[in-house]
Write a protein that binds this ligand. Structure first.
Ligand SMILES: *[C@@H]1O[C@H](CO)[C@@H](O)[C@H](O)[C@H]1NC(C)=O
Length: 509
């Protein structure tokens, strides 16, 4: 029975209440009873359902079946499937409250019935509401109603979620903090009292401000509890959301964009950046964006949003060593390496790169090959997806020639790291060499380190240990690697990744 649980689904639930991701295999935040109807295990007359916990998937497709439209979702940590439940266990389940029936998928997400089992929901949430002329006084009031309903369904309480409100308009205004109210009734009252400010919808400015100012411990943010900003946006923002999204990520905040009344085709010309939703959220997998067609009749959108806000395991949008580093590889292309060993070196580079989340707002990879000469194979901004980076690594052609490692380090510091040195990511250089350098490595490596680059040296075969140590960052022992054979490179991959993550964490303290 491990990994299975029986749930009794009630009859005659309105089908629109069900939020389901996937088809056959459902992401674990899906409604169990919704999934059971979607997959045809039960009809809307209810019944016993057996839930089987399954591993997470990369993709959950959207399929319309049995009156339920499931949603697309990528990468979720766990899944479940449903089959018909056994009669006798179903009777057992009747003894329990249906309202708390949930599968043992470990998501903590509420599944069915009302009130939602909010003892599972722990979050510190800022509602960033739209107070611009775009939305206007009338829809501002509808927005307040909606936010109030979300707050009530969240079940705000001392142990559960805490919420505050910031109003975005020309200038952002924090209306109340997390610590001001810890009862739903008080929050609801405070929301009703909010006055419309008007002005441009400077949502980017407000998002940045909220990420920086709202979640301090003195203002009631709790340690170890996910921080969430739910951004309500009528139409489109009048400023840029991308930088604000990066700042929010830097502060470890999960940004949800609830966009209402999307720009119409005729309006698109007025929108600065039509990709504004994707730029603001940290993961572009559909989870962090939420759309409502209008501010009218929004009641049915309350519960699915609350379910998202309470799915703890998906709140991973903070800076990590995987998504916030630049890694430059300096690759020895000298004659002593040879074509087939050069392929092993490239394999090593690929395997290290693979571990990181490469994207325009995530980690970045660059590669320089050197002999006496240097060649930038690709810079940090050339390829911003993992596939493109891996294919660029595969396509590096072997130069063959002498070995001037010092010059190559200077070249890379200046030309490859120079343009990104003021960016948000932490910089790492991995120097791969198989022999003695003809020039001095000490000075150039010290200059690189002074420029904020952490240097790992990886030596093979004839690379002198002294040179390797001279290049590496302090403490040198943990930044210097050596293997006699090129085939030994493979085993060092996890050590390099761990080293980068360790240094990343150290730099945060
Ligand atoms: C929230 O708390 C702060 C600090 O205790 C206080 O200054 C502020 O007036 C409160 N706001 C509301 C709306 O009660």
């Amino acid at each position: 029975r491990k990994g299975t649980e029986d749930v009794l689904c009630p009859a005659n639930c309105p089908l629109w209440q069900f939020y389901v991701f996937g088809d056959g295999v459902y992401a674990s935040l899906s409604s169990v009873c919704g999934a059971a109807i979607h997959s045809g295990v039960i009809t809307n007359t209810g019944g016993a359902v057996r839930v089987q916990t399954l591993p997470g998937q990369d993709n959950y497709p959207a399929v319309n079946a049995n009156g339920i439209q499931s949603q697309v979702l990528s990468r979720w940590a766990s899944s479940f499937s449903v089959t018909a439940g056994a009669k006798n266990t179903a009777l057992e389940a009747v003894g329990r409250s249906v309202s708390t029936a949930r599968p043992s998928t470990g998501t903590g997400s509420p599944q069915q019935g009302k009130p939602l089992g909010m003892r599972y929901c722990k979050a510190d949430i800022a509602f960033l509401i739209d107070g611009s002329y775009n939305i206007g006084q009338r829809r501002f009031n509808l927005q307040k109603n909606f936010v109030g309903k979300v707050a009530v369904m969240l079940g705000i309480g001392t142990e559960g979620p805490h919420v505050g409100v910031v109003q975005a308009s020309e200038h952002p205004k924090i209306e109340f903090y997390l610590k001001n109210f810890t009862a739903a009734k008080e929050v609801l009252f405070a929301i009703k009292e909010l006055g419309f400010r008007g002005g441009n919808s400077n949502t980017g400015k407000a998002l940045k401000y909220t990420a920086q100012k709202f979640f301090s411990l003195e203002n009631g943010a709790r340690k170890g509890i996910p921080k969430i900003i739910v951004v309500f946006l009528d139409g489109w923002p009048s400023d840029d959301l991308e930088e604000a999204g990066i700042v929010a990520r830097e502060f470890g905040v999960n940004v949800f964009i609830v966009s209402v009344a999307k720009p119409t085709t005729e309006e698109l010309g007025m929108v600065q950046d039509i990709g504004f939703v994707d730029k603001a959220v940290c993961r572009n997998n559909g989870f962090f964006s939420y759309q409502m067609p209008t501010w009218f009749g929004t009641t049915k959108y309350v519960k699915p949003l609350v379910q998202k806000l309470c799915s703890h395991e998906q709140m991973l949008c903070s800076k990590t060593c995987y998504n916030s580093v630049n890694i430059g590889f300096l690759i020895d292309g000298s004659s002593s390496v040879g074509e087939s060993n050069f392929r092993l070196v490239l394999e090593f580079v690929s395997n290290v790169a693979k571990a990181f989340e490469i994207s325009d707002i995530g980690s970045k990879v660059a590669a320089v090959q050197f002999t006496y000469d240097q060649r930038t194979e690709f810079s940090f901004t050339d390829h911003i997806t993992k596939d493109k980076v891996l294919s660029a690594i595969r396509n590096i052609r072997y130069m063959s020639g002498g070995t001037a490692t010092g010059d190559a380090i200077s070249f890379t510091t200046r030309n490859v790291f120079g343009p990104v040195k003021d960016g948000p990511n932490k910089n790492f250089l991995v120097v791969l060499t198989d022999g003695q350098s003809y020039d001095d490595v000490r000075g150039p490596a010290a200059a690189a380190q002074k420029a904020g680059i952490t240097v790992f040296s990886v030596g093979v075969a004839w690379a002198p240990l002294d040179d390797l140590k001279d290049m590496a960052s302090e403490p040198r022992e943990s930044h210097t690697f050596f293997t006699r054979e090129f085939t030994g490179l493979e085993q060092m991959v996890p050590d390099i990744i761990r080293g980068i993550c360790r240094d990343f964490l150290d730099s945060k303290q």
